[in-house]
Design a protein around this ligand. Structure first.
Ligand code: SF4
Ligand code: SF4
Length: 381
């Protein structure tokens, strides 16, 4: 791929500038979250400074395999995506929906106040920006807005990072979701690292981003800097670990519910739900009601759930999707086909997490290709 020009206003900051960015966000009252190395993985958590970033680390990802490795440079963002996604903050795994309390005056229901917390995400990749946009559609569009998500999302400040490394299971290029951050950020960084320098090209994506950049020590970016940044992204795009052919994919899956490949994958699938937990767009939940033994208080708690569990589709006479075949088919067909009917886009952004974190290495791109190769007939949309 030819390097593309980067047309947005751009500036350069160095490592101290990046620390100043974190400090400025913290000064403005944001809870700054970013990547760090923990438990042999790169995860997202509270970030106080650049010393906590995984400097000099990268990862090797394959189906069912994730290993950290040392790089031969000191890149701060020299890896793709790990097991965490930003949904764990915007759409938390456990959330109280309401509480109820009974006293001598009767029964009182209360919805929790929206959290005051303002998140600043540092290191959001292009595919993750698309995943956030997909969850925005789910939680914010339509007649039923999720108040907690809306409050967290409205306040979030997003610092994207253009990918300098493609993961072994990434396929954002074929989903047209990366590796360059195009929209949905306040600032976007491209790490420029060679023997001469360690800088970050900063692109501005919002008025809030422009105002923050003014507070940082920075210098103007020249044409050579923009070209260097474009080359980083183009190199990453040329090194995608995987590809998903999307032409006619919706019709292919929806027209082949009885394809024998569903039996094949069902023999391997453990229905563990790891793919749905790691996926940055999966949003399904269940609710649990808890009450105390005295009967004076109760709460309803929402938790992430997975379409791979039997309980998820349990109706009065049992589970709708009894078999692993039915559950895997439901997940993949929803992700890549009926999601388009519901929300207007694919439910997959090509991050590769479901492939890497599947304990038996089931690969959504491989499954789609296998169905395409042997489907008796299918047509384009
Ligand atoms: S596809 Fe893999 S990760 Fe997903 S439920 Fe099956 S075994 Fe678990
Ligand atoms: S389906 Fe897999 S590759 Fe697609 S967004 Fe979800 S985790 Fe990423």
């Amino acid at each position: 791929m030819e390097p593309e020009a980067m047309p947005r206003p751009a500036a350069l900051i160095d490592r101290q500038g990046l620390q100043a960015l974190i400090d400025a966000l913290a000064d403005e009252g944001y809870r700054v979250l970013g990547p760090m190395r923990r438990d042999d993985a790169i995860v997202y958590d509270d970030l106080a400074g650049i010393d906590e970033l995984p400097a000099g680390w990268t990862e090797r990802q394959e189906a069912g395999r994730y290993r950290l490795e040392r790089r031969d440079d000191a890149a701060l963002f020299g890896y793709a995506v790990g097991p965490h996604s930003w949904k764990r903050f915007l759409h938390p795994p456990v959330e109280t929906l309401w509480t109820a309390h009974r006293d001598e005056h009767g029964l009182t229901f209360r919805a929790p106040e929206p959290a005051e917390e303002r998140f600043a995400f540092l290191g959001v990749r292009a595919c993750e920006l698309h995943a956030i946009a997909i969850q925005d559609r789910v939680f914010l569009d339509g007649p039923y807005v999720d108040a907690g998500y809306a409050a967290r999302r409205r306040e979030a400040f997003i610092v994207a990072v253009n990918c300098g490394e493609a993961g072994g299971t990434c396929f954002c290029v074929s989903m047209q979701t990366g590796p360059r951050a195009e929209a949905g950020f306040d600032l976007a960084l491209t790490e420029l690292l060679d023997a001469e320098r360690h800088d970050f090209l900063v692109e501005v994506g919002s008025a809030a981003g422009a105002a923050l950049l003014e507070r940082l020590p920075h210098r103007p970016a020249g044409e050579a800097d923009r070209e260097a940044a474009a080359t980083v992204v183009a190199r990453t795009a040329s090194r995608m670990g995987r590809r998903l052919e999307t032409d006619g994919l919706k019709a292919l899956l929806q027209d082949n519910p009885e394809h024998p490949r569903w039996d094949d994958v069902a023999e391997r699938c453990l229905t563990c739900g790891n793919c749905t937990m790691a996926c940055p767009t999966c949003f399904c939940t269940t609710v649990e009601d808890h009450s105390d033994l005295s009967g004076t208080s109760a709460e309803r708690v929402r938790q992430w759930d997975s379409c791979f569990t039997l309980d998820f589709s349990y109706l009065h006479a049992g589970s709708v999707r009894q078999t692993p075949r039915g559950r895997y088919r439901q997940w993949m067909t929803h992700k890549l086909a009926s999601w388009i009917d519901q929300f207007g886009t694919s439910g997959c952004v090509g991050c590769g997490r479901c492939i890497t974190w599947c304990p038996v290495g089931i690969d959504i791109t491989e499954e789609a290709a296998a169905i395409r190769a042997t489907a008796p007939d299918w047509r384009d949309d």
